[in-house]
Design a protein. Structure first.
Length: 164
């Protein structure tokens, strides 16, 4: 009886070891796959967050110190706009806002481009594109007819002697 129990424990022990070995392998594979994406994503997030923070603070400092509140703030703003501090804050705000928007737009465009290129390189997408091209060629789309006349792109040169 004890031998049967020991054999069952030995089988359980090897299956648990196999389970943990498989989990370790899959965890390592996921780590290798996710590491570059995590590094890129965190760098991009840190860049956008720091840029947005600096841009927001420059706008806030400009609005608090250079514009003020109400009608009096607007009136004082007309005379304080040319001060070096206000000019610097406004220039920083405008310049960083452009950089922030451009960086965000470029990130979105690059992400879309990468996604489309990834889809184009996949096997199902290649099969769909090849089938589309086969059907298109069978139907004769964009084929020149032999009796079609082609014209020159440049008009005939006329000078003052052979005008109509």
């Amino acid at each position: 009886m004890l031998a049967i129990f020991a054999g069952g424990l030995l089988t359980l022990k090897t299956s648990i070891i196999g389970l943990f070995a498989g989990m370790k392998t899959y965890t390592g594979a996921f780590y290798l796959l996710a590491k570059p994406a995590i590094i890129y994503g965190s760098m991009r997030f840190a860049w956008l967050l720091s840029l947005a923070t600096v841009e927001w603070w420059s706008a806030r400092l400009y609005s608090i110190n250079c514009i003020g509140e109400g009608i009096g703030g607007f009136y004082n703003h007309l005379f304080q706009i040319a001060s070096p501090a206000c000019t610097g804050l406004l220039t920083t705000h405008i310049g960083l806002m452009g950089v922030l928007v451009a960086s965000f737009v470029i990130t979105c465009m690059w992400s879309m481009y990468s996604f489309v290129e990834y889809i184009k390189k996949s096997t199902p997408a290649n099969a769909v594109i090849n089938e589309y091209n086969d059907v298109r060629n069978m139907m004769g789309v964009n084929k020149k007819k032999s009796n079609e006349r082609t014209r020159s792109c440049t008009p005939p040169q006329r000078n003052r002697y052979n005008q109509l």
